[in-house]
Write a protein that binds this ligand. Structure first.
Ligand SMILES: [Zn+2]
Length: 136
């Protein structure tokens, strides 16, 4: 097993409380049994709790088939970014940050300010709105 995998899986499973953290409407089977990497292993993604989502198989497959929406919602994170600083849309509701201790942190005011920055944020919001329409 890869370095940190056992601990990462344990922390993420406990954080999720037995429920899928993605929750694509009308698709999610709720009960999760898969680790979904935010940064793929092939891109150097680790087993840190911040890099994983507890996902049901249906949502996990959906993420791989809809990468644009997955990136816009923080379910996938591009290699160049720090996954602990990228908001994660938890079960289609609030945005949270994921830390390596297996906790949800409120997306900070700084992050929210970044999201409002015309240089980055409105674009992110527009992408998010656009991709939300792709949700089934
Ligand atoms: Zn699901």
């Amino acid at each position: 097993m890869a370095k940190g995998e056992t601990l990462g899986r344990k922390l993420v499973a406990e954080r999720a409380g037995g429920q899928c953290e993605i929750a694509i409407p009308r698709l999610c089977t709720i009960r999760p049994h898969e680790w979904s990497h935010r940064k793929n292993r092939s891109q150097g993604g680790s087993w840190a709790a911040s890099n994983g989502a507890h996902a049901c198989h249906a949502c996990h497959v959906w993420l791989t088939e809809h990468p644009q929406a997955a990136y816009a919602n923080g379910w996938l994170v591009r290699q160049a970014y720090d996954q602990t600083a990228i908001p994660f849309r938890l079960r289609q509701t609030r945005l949270v940050l994921l830390d390596d201790a297996g906790e949800y942190l409120p997306a900070s005011l700084r992050v929210m300010a970044d999201l409002d920055n015309p240089q980055s944020g409105r674009m992110v919001s527009a992408i998010t709105r656009k991709n939300r329409k792709e949700l089934p």
